[in-house]
Design a protein around this ligand. Structure first.
Ligand SMILES: Cc1cc2nc3c(=O)[nH]c(=O)nc-3n(C[C@H](O)[C@H](O)[C@H](O)COP(=O)(O)OP(=O)(O)OC[C@H]3O[C@@H](n4cnc5c(N)ncnc54)[C@H](O)[C@@H]3O)c2cc1C
Length: 391
């Protein structure tokens, strides 16, 4: 049986695994990433692509910590999107859908209450737009609708995955047979992976498989209960009349009434709808979820005729480090077994944090770069493509 040796194997090629690979390669590790199916085939391809800088987390009821942590990570993203450097990947070719995310109030809230709520979000990087500066979608909005712009970018997830992989020195490969995967964590620095006809002996394994981390931890007999799922029921509205990327504010709650990003399906403009309706609608049938999305659109954009929209929905879980069912304030890194570290970034924007946590955890355990080893059996594996969108 062909045998490979290396410092680190990362399992899972979403934003977290790919960013972690870049960080570990830059730190000198002989690291490889093995993907089950296609890059980002889970949450990253389904994400709305918003690089939260913290504005959303300053809505009433949200943790201040989350705001600080994401704001720090966002400066790393800005560096990456401007060409990278040092330990930061070059993401300058990633397609940016929008360079700002809007926050807008509904007319029913009224300008006084809206302004009071806005004071909570107006700490930095959030600017109120005069009517003349507002995008076309707000042209016919009634008085009382206030629009703010944040400097949060919206990225195209497939192009993000593509460019992260292109930066990986050819170290991203497909598992020969994901159903035939065995991991034995023997000691702190000796893990054995058997997959298809090859055996890999890395010093450590990093699990970055999103919700797949749960079954991988079970497979190797690791610590249970490290992961939580939070379900979402996403809706896609096809035939949208304007570009719109932002959050409709519902000031009394800790999440937006609606989060919208704009895309394209077979040449038609789409609105991808997340936020409150996606979080609250996990148990709804697709029909009920579409009715609910229509009602939220009527509340958030009542001046638009949206009767021509067509809808699709799908459900997907967010996979996160366990935090009593609440969104963690940061990325999460936990040792699941000796030599096996599990990572969950919590948000796209926190992928660099997850990567730094992995580096620190490996160094803390004395797992250091040893130089290139016998990689040939891994080098012979094919490279994965980017996942197809779920809609
Ligand atoms: C609907 C939705 C919208 C979101 N919108 C945003 C947003 O706008 N902004 C934001 O910051 N965050 C957003 N998030 C959160 C963000 O997308 C996730 O935190 C992030 O993408 C998780 O990345 P990941 O690499 O950990 O996991 P994933 O993207 O799920 O990647 C896991 C990878 O591991 C692979 N894999 C699975 N099992 C195995 C195995 N056994 N062996 C090898 N590989 C395996 C999968 O094929 C996949 O490629 C959203 C999440 C969802 C679900």
């Amino acid at each position: 049986m062909p045998e490979a040796r290396c410092d680190i194997v990362i399992l899972g090629g979403g934003v977290c695994g790919l960013w972690t690979l870049h960080t570990l390669l830059h730190a000198g590790y002989d690291a490889w990433l093995l993907e089950r199916s296609a890059l980002g085939d889970g949450q990253t391809i389904a994400s709305q692509g918003i690089l939260h800088a913290g504005a959303k987390y300053r809505l009433p009821g949200n943790a201040v910590d989350a705001s600080r942590t994401v704001a720090q990570s966002q400066s790393i993203w800005n560096q990456a999107l401007s060409g990278g450097g040092q330990a930061v990947p070059d993401l300058s070719d990633v397609r940016i859908i929008d360079r700002r995310t809007l926050l807008w109030t509904t007319p029913s809230i009224g300008s006084r209450i809206a302004a009071r709520g806005a004071a909570g979000i107006l700490r930095s990087g959030v600017r109120k737009l005069d009517p003349g500066e507002q995008p076309a979608v707000f042209r016919d909005a009634p008085p009382g609708v206030e629009v703010y712009a944040t400097d949060e970018y919206v990225l195209d997830p497939p192009s993000l995955l593509e460019q992260l992989a292109a930066n990986a020195d050819g170290r991203v490969r497909l598992l020969p047979d994901p159903t035939d995967l065995h991991i034995a964590a023997q000691s702190a620095d000796a893990v054995e992976i058997q997959t298809g006809s090859i055996t890999i002996k890395p010093a450590a394994v990093v699990l970055a498989a999103g919700e797949g981390n749960e079954s991988l931890i079970a497979l190797l007999g690791g610590q249970p209960g490290l992961m939580q799922r939070r379900p979402l029921h996403q809706t896609v509205a096809i035939g949208a009349p304007f570009d719109l990327n932002g959050h409709c504010l519902k000031l009394s709650l800790d999440k937006p009434a609606l989060t919208v990003t704009t895309g394209n399906l077979n040449g038609e403009r789409t609105w991808y709808l997340g936020g409150g309706p996606a979080e609250d609608g996990a148990d709804r049938t697709p029909e009920a979820q579409i009715e609910s999305a229509q009602a939220v659109l009527r509340r958030c954009l009542p001046w638009l005729d949206l009767s021509g929209l067509r809808f699709k929905t799908f459900t997907i879980d967010r996979a996160e480090g366990a935090n009593n069912g609440k969104r963690p304030n940061d990325a999460v890194a936990r040792w699941a077994a000796p030599g096996v570290l599990a990572l969950w970034p919590t948000k796209l924007v926190l992928a660099p944090r997850a990567a730094d946590m992995a580096l620190e955890a490996l160094r803390d355990r004395g797992i250091t770069p040893t130089g290139k080893q016998g990689n040939e059996p891994i080098e012979a594996l094919p490279s994965p493509g980017v996942a197809e969108r779920l809609w």
